[in-house]
Design a protein around this ligand. Structure first.
Ligand code: BES
Ligand code: MN
Ligand code: ZN
Length: 500
């Protein structure tokens, strides 16, 4: 779907969306369309339950006196409360409604709203971002889709008085959406297509975007002592890789201290010898969503030339059971020198991250480290699919993440760390074991494990197991399937605090 910005005119085809305030009043263009239609819009507004509340809409089909097939009246709520999140959802839902109406083109009119904090160009840029995010689909493996099942919308035009200003405000959002799409594509692909080698090739291709790339193979990781990560990879035919990306955008040059993002990239998680039940195991193709988010974020930061130095590190492995696979009870030595008793080979993500975190901290001395991982089923029990779990050793970083979550719509909820939870992962035979007390506080135990590989640097762990994949599409900017969670959150964090 193409998106463009233009001056306000009366569309001659497709559908057009206009805003309605909570007191059922139309903007300037809405009033003009109402007049051309002989009062059809104001009649529709008077007749139905729709009153312009935010998040609601009403469609007037085949309006008299107009060439368009439908006018979508979209609720804007109260002028003083209009915000970016609501406008992104609005953009996404217009795309959904236009497709449902089999329209090929759609226009959204952004009239100035008296009393709103946002000017039309900023509003248009948010609507366009939501529309683009909502238009995503992953249908490359449907070879026989019937025309009537295909999405029709090919062109969305956002109309306002100053289209040039809107296009300028949208430019970074366009890079953001491209980054989110990179993540969604990676996560949607099945594990016979995206495995450590092929993902590392995708990382290599980021050189074209101005990102510096390094890839460590098994030997290189072995020479660094990454026994924790390599133990997970040991049962798979696929070779593991550690992908390292660097974007140098800081105005004071490559020496400026970077921020760092680390991702769990288990390209398929069978559980290993502690094998998972077959019911639902296919979902474990998305166990690389943390790595996917880091890759998409790097793409976004480079695409919009973010004024920051950023490191992305992803641990790419497949967790398989075979004759060479590691066993429950095995003891491995991590790059940090700490030893780990592997009680459960299905608690593999933390083993991968242990070495990736340690490597990142020692090599780059970052301003902060944030890791993303589909780490525990327990976080889905705790928080469902609305917020990711946040664990952190730093209050300021946590506050910033929580705020960025609210702004971006990718929310996080902080959960505790503490000495008593930490003791739960002590082992009788090694420095630690990779699980805590069974079903008790499983997500905290995983976070405590990660924290043992973090020294003095501000650090946050985002458990995204519930957020990476949407079984339902209940947000108009996030279609069913791979959400791309984390890219918008962390781009917002960087935008708000870390760009010089
Ligand atoms: N990848 C899973 C966690 C997961 C579960 C992600 C569901 C997405 C959806 C992780 O590697 C795992 O298997 N965790 C175990 C840990 C347990 C063995 C301590 C879990 O959550 O059951
Ligand atoms: Mn697992
Ligand atoms: Zn896993």
């Amino acid at each position: 779907m193409k998106i463009s910005f233009s001056e306000i005119s009366t569309p001659s085809e497709g559908v057009v969306a206009v805003g309605v305030m909570e007191d059922r009043t139309l903007g300037a263009t809405g009033r003009a369309l109402d007049e051309q239609s002989g009062g059809m819009l104001s009649r529709a507004l008077a007749a139905g339950r729709f009153s312009g509340k935010k998040g609601t809409s009403s469609t007037v089909v085949a309006p008299h006196g107009l060439d368009v097939d439908a006018v979508i009246l979209v609720g804007l709520g109260q002028p003083g409360k209009i915000d970016g999140r609501q406008l992104r959802v609005l953009g996404g839902s217009v795309v959904g409604k236009a497709n449902a109406a089999a329209a090929r083109t759609a226009a959204v009119v952004v009239d100035a709203v008296d009393g709103a904090d946002m000017a039309p160009p900023a509003m248009a840029a948010e609507i366009a971002l939501g529309a683009r995010l909502g238009s995503y689909r992953f249908d490359k493996y449907h070879t026989k889709k019937k025309d009537e099942d295909k999405k029709t919308l090919g062109q969305l035009t956002v109309m306002l008085d100053d289209p040039a200003a809107a296009a300028e405000a949208f430019a970074p959002n366009d890079s953001l959406a491209s980054g989110v799409f990179v993540t969604r594509d990676l996560v949607s692909e099945p594990s016979n297509v995206k495995y450590p080698k092929t993902i590392s090739q995708d990382i290599e291709a980021l050189v074209e975007d101005g990102i510096e790339v390094e890839l460590f193979d098994r030997d290189r990781m072995a020479s660094l002592g990454m026994g924790s990560l390599l133990g997970v990879a040991q049962g798979s035919e696929h070779e593991p890789y550690l992908g390292i990306m660097r974007w140098n955008g800081a105005p004071d040059g490559a020496d400026a201290q970077p921020v760092a993002f680390i991702g769990k990239g288990v390209t398929f998680d069978t559980g290993g010898i502690s094998i998972k039940p077959s019911q639902g195991m296919e979902e474990m193709k998305y166990d690389m969503a943390g790595a996917g988010a880091v890759i998409g974020l790097m793409k976004c930061l480079a695409g919009r030339k973010a004024r920051v130095n950023a490191i992305g590190v992803v641990g790419l492995v497949e967790n398989m059971p075979d004759g060479k696979a590691q066993r429950p009870g095995d003891v491995v030595t991590s790059m940090s020198g700490q030893t780990i008793e592997v009680i459960n080979t299905d608690a593999e993500g933390r083993l991968v991250l242990a070495d990736a975190l340690w490597y990142t901290q020692e090599t780059f001395k970052p301003r902060f480290m944030i890791n993303l991982a589909t780490l525990t089923g327990a976080i889905i029990v705790s928080l469902g699919t609305y917020q990711a779990g946040l664990f952190s050793n730093d209050d300021e970083l946590s506050e910033r993440l929580i705020a960025a979550g609210k702004e971006s719509g990718e929310e996080v909820w902080r959960l505790p760390l503490g000495d008593r939870y930490d003791k739960d992962i002590n082992s009788a035979i090694a420095d630690m074991k990779n699980v805590g007390k069974g079903r008790e506080a499983g997500s905290v135990a995983a976070a405590q494990f990660l924290q043992r590989f973090v020294n003095d640097v501000p650090w946050a762990h985002l458990d995204i197991a519930g957020m990476a994949w949407m079984k339902r599409g209940d947000d108009a900017t996030v279609p069913k399937g791979a959400s791309g969670y984390g890219v918008r959150l962390l781009d917002q964090l960087v935008r708000s605090h870390y760009e010089a």
